[in-house]
Ligand binder design. Structure first.
Ligand SMILES: Cc1cc2nc3c(=O)[nH]c(=O)nc-3n(C[C@H](O)[C@H](O)[C@H](O)COP(=O)(O)OP(=O)(O)OC[C@H]3O[C@@H](n4cnc5c(N)ncnc54)[C@H](O)[C@@H]3O)c2cc1C
Length: 402
C-alpha cells in the first residue's frame, strides 16, 4: 500500500523541481515542499553543459531555455599577463551531442520554467512556505514533518528526497558526514554590462594568475547587451565589507582589461566555496540529491548541472521501485553511479581547474599553459578534452557502473 503514497521532495531548487518533474512524468505522485515563499532569485549558476540540455529536452525545458539563453560555442583559457592562451571550439562535439555548446541562462530563469512545466502535471503538488523539519522512517513509509507559517504538519510519503541545498536539513538529520574541505579564500562575484568581447573575450573564459585569476561568464540578463559575470578569489584575511568596497572592486575589474575608466556594476557578492561529498546518499527511504549531496567550486560550471544529472538518474530508478518493477537495490545503483561521477569527475575536475588557474610556480604555469596550447591545436586531443570538460565522458563512464 505504501508504494501508492507520494514521493516527498524537500526543496524547489533546480534539483528538486527536476526530480519532481521526472517522477511525475513516470506516473509517480510527488509533493514538493519548499521552505521559502517563492523560488529563490539570487544570482547563482547559469552555464548548462550539453548532457544537461539533453536531459531536460524531453520535458520541453531546453527549448524554452533557448528562447532567452546564449549559445556559447567557444571558450578560452587566458593568462592575465599574456592574454589568450588557448581557445576551445565545442563544435568538435557535434557527433556526440545535439547541443555542441554551453547554454548560458541564469538559474533564476530556469526554475520558473521547471515550475511551470511541473504545474501541468496532475500528479504533482508544490507547496511553498513548507519547511521540512524532520522525519520518521517506518517499515514501508516515511512520515515527514514540516512547518508552514509556524504551524506544524505531517505528510506520509513512500520516499523522501532531500534536494534542500548545501545546508540540507535532511542530510543533517541523516547525520552523514559531509566529507571534504572548504577553500580558505571566498569568491567575489561581480556583474557588469561592460562588453568584454571588445577585449577578445569569448562568452566563457578562465584567466590564469597566481593571485588574481578570474572566471568569466556572459549571461543573457533581461536581454541585450546582457551581463558579464566575473568571479575572483578574495584575500582570506579581509572582512566582507572590505572585499565589497566599491573602489576595491573597481580596481579588480580595471586590472582585468587594463582600463582606467570605472565600470558600471550591477551586482556583487561574496561567497564561500566548498568541495564536499556526503559519505552516504541513501538511508532506508531517504535519499539525497544535488547540493544536499555534494558541493564544488564553480570553475567548470558543474554544480547545478550535477544536480540535474542526479535528479534524472534518481527518478528513473525510483519510479521503477515505486511501481514495484525493481527492488530498492536499484537505488544503490543511483548512489554508485552518481557518487562516482561526482567524486571521480566533478570534484577532480573542479579542483584541477582551480589549481591550474592559480598556479604560483612560473615554470609549472608555463608548462601547463603550453600543454593546453598543444591540446587546443590538435582536434583529436581537443575533442577528448572537451568530452571531459563538458561532462560527457564522466557521465558515460558512470553509466557503465552496474
Ligand atoms: C552564490 C552562489 C554562486 C554559484 N555559482 C555557481 C556557478 O557559477 N556555477 C555552478 O555550476 N554552480 C554555482 N553555484 C551552485 C549552484 O547554484 C547549485 O549547485 C544549485 O543551486 C544546486 O541546486 P539544488 O536544487 O541542489 O539546491 P538549491 O538551489 O540550494 O535549492 C535548495 C532549495 O531547498 C530549499 N530548502 C532548504 N531547506 C529546506 C527545508 N528544510 N525544507 C524545504 N525546503 C528547503 C531552499 O530554499 C532552496 O530553494 C553557486 C551557488 C551559490 C550559492
Amino acid at each position: 500500500m505504501s508504494e501508492r503514497l507520494p514521493v516527498v521532495i524537500a526543496g524547489a531548487g533546480p534539483t528538486g523541481l527536476m526530480c519532481a518533474l521526472a517522477l511525475a512524468r513516470r506516473g509517480v505522485p510527488v509533493v514538493v515542499c519548499e521552505a521559502e515563499p517563492n523560488l529563490t532569485h539570487d544570482l547563482r549558476a547559469g552555464s548548462f553543459h550539453p548532457p544537461t540540455q539533453e536531459m531536460m529536452a524531453p520535458y520541453g525545458i531546453t527549448e524554452r531555455m533557448h528562447q532567452h539563453g546564449l549559445q556559447v560555442r567557444r571558450w578560452q583559457i587566458r593568462s592575465r599577463r599574456g592574454g589568450l592562451v588557448a581557445e576551445f571550439d565545442l563544435g568538435l562535439l557535434a557527433g556526440a551531442t545535439p547541443y555542441p555548446y554551453r547554454l548560458h541562462l541564469e538559474q533564476h530563469r530556469l526554475t520558473p520554467i521547471q515550475l511551470d512545466v511541473l504545474r501541468k502535471e496532475a500528479s504533482a503538488e508544490v507547496h511553498f512556505r513548507h519547511r521540512i523539519t524532520g522525519y520518521e522512517q517506518k517499515d514501508a513509509s516515511v512520515l515527514v514533518h514540516f512547518e508552514s507559517e509556524g504551524i506544524p504538519g505531517k505528510l506520509e510519503a513512500s520516499w523522501l528526497i532531500g534536494a534542500d541545498g548545501g545546508r540540507s536539513t535532511i542530510r543533517k538529520l541523516l547525520a552523514v558526514e559531509f566529507e571534504g574541505f572548504t577553500w580558505p579564500e571566498q569568491f567575489l562575484v561581480v556583474s557588469t554590462p561592460y562588453d568584454l568581447a571588445q577585449h577578445g573575450f569569448t562568452m566563457n573564459a578562465y584567466v590564469a594568475d597566481p593571485t588574481e585569476w578570474a572566471a568569466v561568464f556572459k549571461m543573457p540578463d533581461a536581454g541585450p547587451p546582457g551581463l558579464w559575470r566575473l568571479a575572483f578569489p578574495c584575500d582570506p584575511g579581509l572582512p566582507d565589507d572590505t572585499l565589497l568596497d566599491l573602489p576595491a572592486v573597481q580596481q579588480r575589474l580595471k586590472g582585468l582589461v587594463e582600463s582606467t575608466k570605472d565600470f558600471e556594476i550591477r551586482y556583487q557578492s561574496i561567497y564561500r566555496v566548498h568541495q564536499r561529498v556526503a559519505t552516504e546518499w541513501r538511508r532506508g527511504r531517504v535519499l539525497l540529491a544535488g547540493d544536499a549531496a555534494h558541493l564544488n567550486n564553480p570553475l567548470g560550471g558543474f554544480g547545478l548541472n550535477s544536480g540535474i544529472h542526479d535528479a534524472v538518474n534518481l527518478a528513473d530508478k525510483l519510479a521503477k521501485v515505486w511501481r514495484g518493477e525493481a527492488d530498492a537495490s536499484a537505488l544503490e545503483l543511483y548512489v554508485r553511479q552518481r557518487r562516482a561521477a561526482t567524486v571521480d569527475h566533478v570534484q577532480a575536475m573542479s579542483i584541477r581547474n582551480k589549481r591550474l588557474l592559480e598556479e604560483r610556480d612560473p615554470e609549472v604555469h608555463r608548462a601547463r599553459m603550453q600543454e593546453l596550447v598543444v591540446t587546443a591545436n590538435d582536434p583529436q586531443r581537443a575533442r577528448e578534452y572537451l568530452l571531459e570538460s563538458s561532462m560527457i565522458a564522466g557521465l558515460r563512464k558512470s553509466m557503465e557502473i552496474r
